[in-house]
Design a protein around this ligand. Structure first.
Ligand code: AMP
Length: 214
C-alpha cells in the first residue's frame, strides 16, 4: 500500500501514520523529519533548509524532491510507504509522479485530513516531543506520565521552534495557498479521499481504514 498523507500542521498526520505503520507495515517517510535530521547533522542541505524552516517557509522543491529520491533509493519500502508532509506543492506532486513511474510504482490513495484552523493552534502550541525517540505528546490531550519527560526513555521533552503561534501562522498560510492545487491534482487521478480529522484518534483512524477499504 503506497499512500500520501495531506494535512496542515496539527492535523494528526503523524499520529495516524504511526497507526498505519503498525497495522500494515508501511514505512512512514516524513520530509519534515528528514530535513530536521539534516539540520541536526549540519549537512549542506540542512544549512540551506534551516533558516527557511525556522520561518515556517517552504524549502525549495528541488531540495525536497532530492531528499525523497535519496530515500527511495535507500529502499526497504517493499511493504509500501506513507508520505507525510510531501508533496506540498504541485511541482512536487508532478515530480513524485515521474519518480514513481520510473521506479514502476504507483500510489493507492491520497488521504487529506481536514481540520478547522482554530483547532490547529491549540494542538500545535501544546505539542511536545522527545528529542531522543521522537514520541510526540500534547500537554493536555496526550500528556506524558511525568510532566515534561518522555514515558519511553525519560528524556526531557522539547517544543519544536516552529511550533510557536507566529510561525504556525506562516506555515498555515503557505499550506492554504499551495495545497488546493495538490488536492486537485490527485482528485483528477481519482486518488483523493478527504477525511474529517476531528474527533478521537481512534474514530479518525476508522474513517481512514474505511477510505482504504481495509
Ligand atoms: P513538518 O514537520 O512537515 O511540519 O515540516 C517542517 C518544515 O520543513 C516545514 O515548515 C518546511 O519548512 C519544511 N518542509 C517539510 N516538508 C516540506 C516539503 N514537502 N516542501 C517544502 N518544505 C518542506
Amino acid at each position: 500500500m503506497n499512500l500520501v498523507f495531506l494535512g496542515p500542521a496539527g492535523s494528526g498526520k503523524g499520529t495516524q501514520a504511526k497507526k498505519l505503520e503498525a497495522d500494515f507495515g508501511v514505512t512512514q517517510i516524513s520530509t519534515g523529519d528528514l530535513l530536521r535530521e539534516a539540520v541536526r547533522l549540519g549537512t549542506d542541505l540542512g544549512k540551506q533548509a534551516d533558516p527557511l524552516m525556522q520561518q515556517g517557509k517552504l524549502v525549495p522543491d528541488e531540495l525536497v524532491v532530492g531528499i525523497i529520491e535519496e530515500r527511495f533509493q535507500r529502499g526497504g519500502l517493499e511493504n509500501g510507504f506513507l508520505l507525510d508532509g510531501f508533496p506540498r506543492t504541485l511541482p512536487q506532486a508532478e515530480a513524485l509522479d515521474r519518480m514513481l513511474e520510473r521506479n514502476g510504482m504507483k500510489l493507492d490513495k491520497v488521504l487529506s485530513l481536514e481540520v478547522p484552523e482554530e483547532l490547529l493552534y491549540e494542538r500545535i502550541t501544546g505539542r511536545r516531543s522527545c528529542p531522543k525517540c521522537g514520541t510526540v505528546y500534547h500537554v493536555s490531550a496526550a500528556p506524558p506520565k511525568r510532566a515534561g519527560f518522555c514515558d519511553i526513555d525519560g528524556e526531557a521533552l522539547i517544543q519544536r521552534s516552529d511550533d510557536s503561534p507566529e510561525k504556525l501562522k506562516n506555515r498555515l498560510e503557505v499550506f492554504r495557498k499551495e495545497i488546493p492545487q495538490v488536492k486537485q491534482h490527485y482528485a483528477r487521478q481519482g486518488l483523493l479521499a478527504e477525511i474529517h480529522g476531528v474527533g478521537t484518534p481512534e474514530g479518525i483512524y476508522t474513517e481512514i481504514r474505511k477510505a482504504l477499504g481495509r
